[in-house]
Design a protein around this ligand. Structure first.
Ligand SMILES: Cc1ncc(C[n+]2csc(CCOP(=O)(O)OP(=O)(O)O)c2C)c(N)n1
Ligand SMILES: [Mg+2]
Length: 532
């Protein structure tokens, strides 16, 4: 079998059915095999950065593997920022490329291994036609279990060679690690002596389907429930839900979490945002349960780290505590007997112009609840993140490398994976214009997207930082190039609004799922947008 046929077959067997990419010498043979032999959906992109972000968006919205295919040299060089974001988001992204032929002075030759490692991605170079299937299947297995993006390099000389026979690989099975006994014993000892336990669930808990197991544990030990930003929406039906822990959550919830003497975290990395810079469980013990290196990225090292699957660990903990006739304290009923306010309070601006937080509240209420939300990065996130909800697992942001300009493509990938629902992308004008070229892809694919541009005619974050430093914020202003006209040029619908009445009217005009991207240009006064 030829190498590209083998690659296409292994990807198909592993459940891949969509590939984002841009053609070039290095990947053409594989793309043709994927499209013609395995009937994959090929989404051609405007740039390689977009291709990787789209694969990233698809991977994050589905938990499956997202594939991007790009050429060597400049094609791979264009992926660096998007790939670094995917690595830091632990997204299951596979980038398929092929090194230049072994000839002297090839213009596009580039050290692909060094590039992959610079971003933190895994790198696999296919050695021979005979090993193609097993090497690729091995790379996919590692990608699934480690959630670390991988660059698969199939040198062009090999891609155009005659190939070799090889047996088809077996499909991959599910994976869930069993909690380690010593860690569990130590954790139960701390829980048994705690008076104010609280639980935070993160993305790992979502992925392992731990929601009801954690709620049952929380009932037994009487612990209030909170989530990380990415796991938002997990416990919305519980009266003991505190919402999001940390900087995005409400003051009231943070006060409860700060007081806890025993924080139990399932599948949450406990970064500085979740921990509100150390305010959460400030004097308490921390138990962190994760199937991947608990404690690795934690703001404060946990007192006990349990390596294990979130759902299995929660079930096991509850069973052992119930068998020991454990009953919790009355802390939860005293501190959150009624439903807490889970979102930060604010006083809307009294001017006629748009208040971005109020606009986010309106969007949250008026847009369909069955949605995916993807945000770019910038000052606008402080106004949007607390108020724009998403179902569990459908809130995605591109702040992991803190690059602006990745949100639109990530949203396109998420939308391509979920064509039955609205994907809402929120970006600043700076980040949107940096990546606006991929609007062509969203239009071509007729994706049901609402792209909200928080247009303050400024690099708002820099505007805020300059003003805070006592410098002239006007240096960060940009003149609005006419976003609505640019968008119309790409063939997408655009609506510009500058008051709340106009916003209401615009939302009333949106019926059902749009048959292509709609851009909502929110015209803001840069002096009124909060900076944190
Ligand atoms: C690739 C990249 N370039 C520059 C920056 C620095 N930066 C951080 S926030 C920001 C402002 C972004 O402006 P915009 O997208 O309009 O969002 P706003 O802050 O105005 O809400 C900039 C330039 C960055 N984070 N990433
Ligand atoms: Mg801006």
């Amino acid at each position: 079998m030829r190498v590209p046929s083998r690659v296409a077959q292994v990807l198909r067997t592993s459940g891949v059915n969509t590939v984002f990419g841009l053609m070039g010498d290095g990947n053409l043979p594989h793309l043709i095999a994927l499209i013609e032999e395995q009937a994959m959906c090929f989404v051609p992109t405007t740039g390689e950065s977009g291709a990787v972000s789209m694969a990233d968006g698809m991977a994050r919205a589905t938990g499956q593997i997202g594939v991007a295919s790009v050429t060597h040299g400049p094609g791979m060089a264009n992926t660096v920022t998007a790939l670094t974001e995917a690595v830091r988001a632990r997204s299951r992204v596979l980038v398929l490329t092929g090194d230049t032929p072994n000839v002297p002075h090839h213009l596009q030759s580039f050290d692909l291994q060094a590039l992959a490692h610079l971003t933190g991605a895994d790198y696999v170079r296919i050695r021979s036609a005979e090993s193609t299937g097993s090497q690729l299947a091995g790379a996919l297995t590692r990608l699934r279990y480690e959630s670390r993006p991988v660059v698969v390099d199939i040198p062009l000389d090999l891609a155009v060679s005659a190939g070799a026979p090889e047996a088809p690989p077996q499909p991959l099975g599910p994976f869930a690690s069993v909690p380690d006994d010593d860690g569990l014993d130590a954790a139960l000892g701390i829980i048994a002596s705690a008076r104010k336990p609280a639980i935070i669930a993160g993305q790992g808990a979502l992925i392992s389907g731990a929601g009801s197991a954690i709620e049952e544990l929380s009932e037994l030990i009487r612990a209030p429930l909170a989530t990380t930003l990415l796991a938002r929406g997990m416990f919305t039906d519980s009266v003991h839900n505190l919402g999001i822990s940390g900087t995005v959550g409400s003051r009231e919830s943070l006060d409860v979490l700060a007081e806890s003497d025993c924080l139990i975290a399932f599948g949450a990395s406990l970064n500085r945002f979740t921990m509100a810079d150390g305010a959460v469980a400030a004097q308490g013990s921390i138990i962190q349960i994760d199937h991947r290196q608990p404690g690795r990225d934690a703001f404060r090292p946990p007192n006990v780290a349990v390596t294990g699957d979130a759902r299995k660990s929660a079930v096991e903990m509850r069973t052992l505590l119930a068998d020991a006739d454990f009953t919790g304290s009355s802390w939860r009923s005293q501190r959150c007997g009624r439903r807490n306010a889970t979102k930060p309070a604010f006083t809307p601006a009294t001017t006629t112009g748009l208040d971005l937080r109020q606009a986010a509240v309106t969007l949250n209420e008026q847009l369909p609840a069955h949605r995916t939300v993807v945000t770019d990065t910038g000052r606008f996130i402080y106004s949007v993140w607390p108020y724009l909800d998403a179902p569990p697992g459908q809130f995605i942001h591109t702040l992991n490398f803190a690059s602006i300009g990745l949100g639109l493509s990530t949203g396109i990938g998420a939308s391509a994976a979920n064509r039955d629902r609205l994907t809402i992308v929120v970006a600043g004008d700076g980040g949107f214009l940096m990546s606006v070229n991929e609007l062509a892809t969203a239009v071509r694919e007729k994706l049901p997207m609402l792209i909200v541009v928080a247009n303050d005619s400024a690099y708002g974050m820099e505007y805020f930082n300059l003003a805070r430093a006592g410098l002239d914020p006007a240096h960060a202003l940009m003149s609005d190039p006419g976003i609505a006209q640019i968008v119309a040029g790409y063939g997408a619908r655009a609506v510009s609004v500058s008051t709340h009445d106009e916003l209401d009217e615009c939302l009333r005009g949106l019926h059902g799922l749009p048959d292509g991207p709609v851009v909502l240009d929110l015209q803001l006064d840069p002096a009124t947008v909060p900076g944190e």
